[in-house]
Ligand binder design. Structure first.
Ligand code: HEM
Ligand code: HEM
Length: 165
């Protein structure tokens, strides 16, 4: 299957990028409530405070990430994505980082579901997603801001404004 590489992202691709990013931030901030809720359940009690509601949100938002990433990958294959702004090593690094993100965006919900229904070792494997996401996000957002405020090129802009025509 071949198609001409687009020069920007579509509105659907941009919308999916920011919705998924917002959900991932929520999952990283409140994921521990799921661990607390499961511990309370194992001890025969009920989750304290907001843990029950946050654990439920963690479950459904995590499954939403899986569905939205499937949609995003299908769009990526069908429509394509613009070539990296940089040629050479930094462009390859950016592309590699994007692939790692996709791997993690699938692996986090899948290991989460396995942890929820099958228990260990999957719950433990699932918690590794947190430091991995944090390192990737810091590198990725740092690179985006570096492009925007030091290099003054269109890298950040193309994830904000859809390609015309
Ligand atoms: C993008 C998706 C997801 C992200 C980023 C994510 C992130 C996290 C984080 C940060 C924690 C807390 C880890 C800690 O205590 O240090 C956690 C715990 C947990 N999450 Fe997720 N999660 C995702 C999806 C899911 C899904 C779909 C499920 C399915 C039910 C799930 C089930 C769990 C379970 C069972 C725990 C407790 C694990 C344990 O302590 O053994 N997660 N998650
Ligand atoms: C959880 C948070 C995030 C995740 C999982 C994520 C994931 C991704 C992925 C997978 C791509 C590649 C899209 C593709 O070509 O298929 C991408 C592109 C991009 N992201 Fe993020 N992102 C996150 C947060 C952010 C933040 C906070 C910023 C800005 C500060 C940002 C700015 C960008 C930009 C500018 C691009 C386009 C790069 C290019 O065209 O070469 N992202 N992101």
């Amino acid at each position: 299957m071949s198609h001409p590489a687009p020069t920007g992202y579509s509105l659907a691709q941009i919308t999916l990028h920011w919705i998924i990013a917002a959900i991932v931030f929520f999952q990283l901030a409140f994921g521990e409530s799921m661990a607390h809720a499961i511990k309370a359940r194992e001890e025969g009690g009920t989750p304290a405070g907001a843990d029950g509601a946050l654990a439920s949100a963690h479950y459904w938002l995590g499954i939403a990430v899986l569905a939205l990433v499937a949609l995003r990958l299908a769009l990526r294959v069908a429509r394509g994505v613009p070539a990296p702004v940089d040629e050479g090593l930094t462009g390859k690094l950016a592309a590699g980082m994007h692939h790692l993100f996709y791997l993690l965006l699938v692996a986090a919900p899948v290991t989460g579901l396995l942890g929820f229904y099958a228990g260990e070792p999957w719950g433990g494997v699932h918690t590794v997603a947190k430091p991995l996401f944090i390192v990737l996000i810091l590198g990725h957002a740092g690179a985006a801001l570096f492009h925007a405020f030091w290099l003054h090129d269109g890298t950040l802009r193309r994830m904000l404004v859809p390609q015309r025509g």
